[in-house]
Design a protein around this ligand. Structure first.
Ligand code: F6R
Length: 240
């Protein structure tokens, strides 16, 4: 695991975008795993600037980590809308090359199997971007007594509903379920880029990086992956 120390959110976003851009330059047809949330917004803004300066997304394929169950694509808080607004609509990626689990699928279990097959048919993920929840979740893989392996339908914890309620009118509006890549899906990525910023993530970063590998802290499994780069700002590093 490599740890890149940056001074603040702006620098962390710029460094993460550099790493992602380098991946795309070195392998223009990369399969990139993407994340949503507050943390990657700055990184996506930097990637859009890089596109304006010549970074070519035309051969890139993306697969997102997760999507809420029951939100149509055009819903303000759907992850598809987030990705369109923050990245896809601003670069030359082909819309048909952008994939998220379908949260409106009539059969969520079948959708999970299909999503896993899609990733395999693409030859796997070259670089997976991750954020981390306050409870150590990656994707929507919540603390548990076991690691969930493949893409699956997850019931959100009260803590995650609370954390994500900032994007909705009230906690009651936060969907209770989501489709998420599983831990094995994530760990199969050839490279992992974990972006973590702000002091409120300091304790969980310490547990994830130095604590025991345990499904109670899903991100701790990243210690076992051979190619993880953590980009963190001073706030997130403050407990190390
Ligand atoms: C989002 C995702 C989540 C977030 C995590 C951190 O696709 O998979 O695991 O990365 O909840 O969210 P923020 O960045 O909003 O703190």
């Amino acid at each position: 695991m490599r740890l890149i120390k940056t001074k603040d959110y702006a620098e962390a976003s710029a460094v993460a975008a550099e790493i992602m851009a380098a991946q795309i330059i070195l392998k223009p047809d990369s399969v990139i795993g993407l994340a949503t949330g507050s943390t990657p917004c700055g990184m996506y803004a930097n990637l859009v600037k890089k596109y304006q300066n010549g970074l070519d997304f035309s051969a890139v394929t993306t697969v997102n980590l997760d999507e809420y169950v029951g939100l149509p694509e055009e819903h303000e808080q759907s992850y598809r809308k987030f990705m369109n607004d923050n990245l896809f609509n601003h670069v030359n990626i082909k819309p048909e090359n952008t994939h998220l689990p379908n949260g409106m699928a009539a059969d969520p279990e079948a959708e999970c199997v299909a999503y896993e097959q899609l990733i395999n048919s693409l030859g796997g993920i070259d670089m997976q971007l991750l954020g981390i929840g306050h409870n150590g979740h990656i994707g929507f893989n919540e603390p548990s007594d076991h690691f969930v392996c493949d893409t699956n339908c997850i019931t959100l914890t009260a803590r995650t509903i609370e954390a994500n309620s900032r994007f909705f009118d009230s906690p009651d509006d936060v969907p209770r379920r989501a489709l998420s890549m599983g831990i094995r899906t994530i760990l199969r990525a050839k490279r992992i880029l974990l972006l973590i910023t702000s002091e409120e993530k300091a304790e969980i970063l310490k547990k994830a990086v130095y604590g025991p590998v345990t499904p109670q802290v899903p991100a701790s499994i990243l210690q076992l992956h051979p190619d993880v780069t953590v980009v963190a700002d001073a706030g997130a590093l403050s407990a190390l």
